[in-house]
Write a protein that binds this ligand. Structure first.
Ligand code: ADP
Length: 383
């Protein structure tokens, strides 16, 4: 019995109310018991001489009988009042404990539902009361719903990721399988072109897997930033050294415009180098031969701003808000043949934000080039 009560909040509340009621009744009874003789003396004794002269008989006997009747009347009135009060209090405490327990039970049921994978489950929050005016249970329900929102969002991201990854893996795998079948059936010629096509697809798969691994690492924040004081110019120069020959090969010119008074930055050189390599590599990829790419850097009081502007294919305005979303490609067929997985900009965004900066894109429209701009806090302003 005791352990049953211990396991039910509603019963605990009810019994605690009951204890209060019993104690109230006990105090009422004992106080009345103590107070009755004095009250009798104060209110009834004065009437005794008058009553004994009216009714005859000894005043002592009258006093005794009057006292007994007075006490009986008080006890009767008190017990009836106590019974009525107890019944009302029991009903009220039942209702109140049920009202307190109901939201807790609702949250318990909702959490079971969520645990079973129904992430859309929410609990009802009392009325339209604003957050700060809710009581503890109301606030608990609100935080429960916020937690459910987050879980639902994470779950939908997980599903989306699995769907995206499956989709990305399927294309090169289908091509590899098709080519191998063609080779086995003798439909495809066993020449260098066939082998290099298979190699290209396998290479794409490998890059995709590497990008995914990198993405999961940056998204989980599972990497350390080794911050060093360095100059923007040094980082830009090393990017140009790495990509210079590819620019020459494609016939795209590259130039820089870096303010002389630019303050030094405190960043992880490898990570920001990775961001630059990605943005400048994209600029090269999406700029046809004869075009140009310019890297410029300017300094403000708290941050430096680095922009990579190209004269390439540009980005239609409706795509601009999405290019940093993973797997997002403006022209799916074009960037797929170019080997893009649509992950590079997502990684770049994470890395820039990890340094306390921000990144965005501007483009006047299709065929009018685009500029990717990012900021980095200077010196010790780093987070
Ligand atoms: P990808 O590996 O496909 O290039 P990114 O994440 O680097 O992936 O880029 C996402 C998409 O943004 C690209 O597929 C492309 O459509 C668009 N994009 C990126 N950089 C440029 C650029 N300099 N000019 C035009 N479009 C670009």
């Amino acid at each position: 019995m005791l352990s049953y009560i211990r396991r039910h909040l509603g019963l605990k509340l009810f019994f605690s109310y009951l204890v209060v009621i019993v104690m109230g009744v006990a105090v009422l009874a004992s106080t009345a018991e103590m107070v009755v003789p004095a009250a009798f003396q104060q209110n009834m004794a004065a009437m005794l001489p008058m009553m004994s002269s009216m009714m005859g008989g000894s005043p002592q006997a009258l006093n005794q009988s009057l006292y007994t009747n007075f006490q009986a009347a008080v006890s009767e009135a008190l017990s009836m009042a106590a019974a009525a009060a107890t019944v009302t209090a029991v009903i009220a405490s039942l209702l109140i404990s049920r009202q307190v327990v109901a939201p807790v039970q609702a949250m318990m049921a909702a959490s079971w539902h969520i645990a079973e994978g129904h992430y859309e489950e929410r609990v009802r929050v009392a009325g339209n009361i604003p957050n700060q005016e809710q009581d503890e249970l109301g606030r608990l329900a609100l935080s429960f719903n916020q937690m459910a929102d987050r879980l639902e969002h994470i779950e939908s991201m997980r599903r989306q990721l699995i769907g995206d990854v499956t989709h990305e893996l399927r294309t090169p795998l289908t091509t590899i399988k098709g080519s191998m079948e063609g080779l086995m059936d003798g439909v495809l010629p066993t020449n260098a072109e066939t082998y290099s096509q298979i190699y290209r697809e396998a290479d794409r798969l490998q890059r995709l897997v590497n990008d995914l691994q990198e993405l999961s690492r940056v998204e989980a924040g599972a990497y350390d930033l080794h911050l060093q004081t360095t100059s923007v110019k040094a980082l830009v120069d090393s990017t140009i050294v790495r990509l210079g020959s590819q620019f020459l090969e494609k016939g795209v010119s590259i130039s820089t415009q870096i303010s002389l008074d630019l303050p030094s930055i405190k960043v992880d050189e490898d990570r920001i180098g990775q961001v630059l390599l990605n943005l400048v590599g994209n600029a090269l990829q999406y700029t046809p031969s004869g075009g140009s790419v310019q890297i410029s850097a300017t300094g403000g009081p708290t941050q430096v701003q680095i922009a990579i502007a190209d004269t390439g294919v540009g980005i239609p305005p409706e795509h601009l808000p999405h290019v940093f979303t993973r797997f997002y490609r403006v022209d799916k067929s074009r960037s797929r043949t170019g080997g893009g997985s649509g992950i590079g900009l997502t990684i770049a965004k994470h890395l820039v934000e990890a340094h306390g900066g921000s990144i965005w894109v501007e483009s006047p429209g299709v065929g009018k080039g685009s500029s990717f701009i990012f900021t980095l806090p200077i010196g010790d302003k780093i987070v």
